[in-house]
Design a protein around this ligand. Structure first.
Ligand code: PRT
Length: 94
């Protein structure tokens, strides 16, 4: 699981660096709304996750959770943070 997150974060960092035209990730880094584009996505998807949880729709819960994690990693990259910032914060809570 951690490899999946690490690999995804590496791809996000690559898109941030190279900004390919056909990349959704790159479009978030260059969006005219700036960071608000990714913040709005996080808000929308969190609402969708809440609705899926209320409906006990397990497939949708997994789908929306993955959308949230992806956009959260984009936000971390946007802030020049990385997975270690997240790992450290979680580790301190143990
Ligand atoms: N994990 C993701 C990922 N999760 C979500 N998304 C995109 O995020 C957007 C979500 O916006 P929306 O909720 O409006 O989309 P939607 O499908 O209508 O929404 P739902 O109804 O599904 O919730 C969609 O365009 C998805 O394609 C993602 N886009 C990219 N990735 C990863 O990033 C990698 C690089 O992608 P590119 O940057 O596009 O090359 C990919 O290989 C993936 O691993």
């Amino acid at each position: 699981m951690d490899d999946v997150l690490g690999d995804l974060f590496d791809v996000i960092e690559d898109r941030k660096e190279t900004l390919p035209e056909d990349s959704y990730t790159a479009s978030l880094f260059t969006h005219e709304k700036g960071q608000n584009a990714v913040l709005e996505k996080l808000g929308e998807e969190t609402t969708e996750l809440v609705l899926a949880a209320k409906d006990d729709d397990y497939q949708e819960i997994a789908h929306e959770s993955a959308d949230i994690v992806y956009h959260l990693l984009v936000l971390l990259a946007m802030k020049d943070m990385d997975l270690d910032d997240l790992r450290s914060e979680l580790a301190e809570r143990r």
